[in-house]
Design a protein around this ligand. Structure first.
Ligand SMILES: [Zn+2]
Length: 242
């Protein structure tokens, strides 16, 4: 009886650690996915701004080309003005010069506007790029740590699973079945110490009659409240097992 109880106490300690390690390990993939998602979101923002900047730069190049063409047209009209041989030719060249100057002014105004847009977008892209690089570096560091922790907890879980298997072979099959059934239903804790008449897991007082029975320690009993297997914590025979 004591041997079985001692084995159960050791098993419960192993299972508690296994449960905690399992929880620690199992949140890691989600955390890794969060890191990837945050990076991708920022990367998407950066790409969108870069695309906008490229479009504005293209518009700037187009306007510069238009301005160059207008200037060339103006130069030609000015040449024609100089060489004009009639009042009609002179007036036509003059009209084209006026028209060209208006057009150039308009294009240059548009260019100024576009250059402001380029400047603002370049600032935005640079800021996003810096944030992106910082995030990528921090993510990489965290990712390495998380992967290491996953590996370590996984290794420890495998080791403890071996210990658990060894312990389980020494425990009575029926008792083991009860224990596992309760453990799965009760967040990994199937065994509870009863100290000073109270279940130390659910904190309910064990009725005096049952507590007396428990202190005789001739059978494995259950907590009337949480249904966990219970043992008397103050038993001399179990002092060194807890
Ligand atoms: Zn209880």
């Amino acid at each position: 009886m004591f041997d079985q109880l001692r084995l159960l106490i050791r098993l419960q300690a192993v299972d508690k650690t296994l449960f905690d390690l399992g929880q620690e390990r199992d949140v890691i993939p989600g955390r890794l996915a969060d890191l990837t998602q945050a990076e991708q979101a920022l990367h998407g923002q950066l790409e969108a701004q870069q695309t906008q900047l490229d479009q504005v730069l293209k518009r700037k190049a187009d306007l510069e080309e238009i301005a160059d063409n207008v200037r060339a047209r103006l130069r030609r009209a000015e040449n024609r003005l100089m060489g004009s041989k009639s009042g009609k030719e002179y007036q036509a060249a003059n009209a084209e010069i006026d028209d060209g100057k208006d057009s150039l002014k308009d294009t240059e105004n548009q260019l100024l506007e576009v250059m402001e847009q380029v400047e603002a977008l370049e600032k935005k892209v640079a800021g996003l790029k810096e944030r992106h690089d910082q995030l990528a570096a921090a993510s990489q560091e965290e990712r390495t740590q998380l992967e290491e922790r996953y590996h370590n907890t996984d290794t420890e879980i495998s080791r403890l699973a071996g210990t658990r298997e060894e312990l389980a072979t020494e425990i009575d099959k029926g008792l083991m079945k009860d224990y596992d059934f309760i453990r799965q239903a009760r967040d990994g804790v199937a065994l509870a110490a009863v100290s000073e008449g109270t279940c130390t897991v659910c904190h309910m007082t064990i009725p005096p009659q049952q507590f007396n029975e428990l202190q005789r320690m001739d059978k494995i009993m259950s907590c009337p409240s949480c249904r966990r297997l219970i043992y008397w914590a103050e038993a001399e025979q179990l002092k060194e097992d807890q």
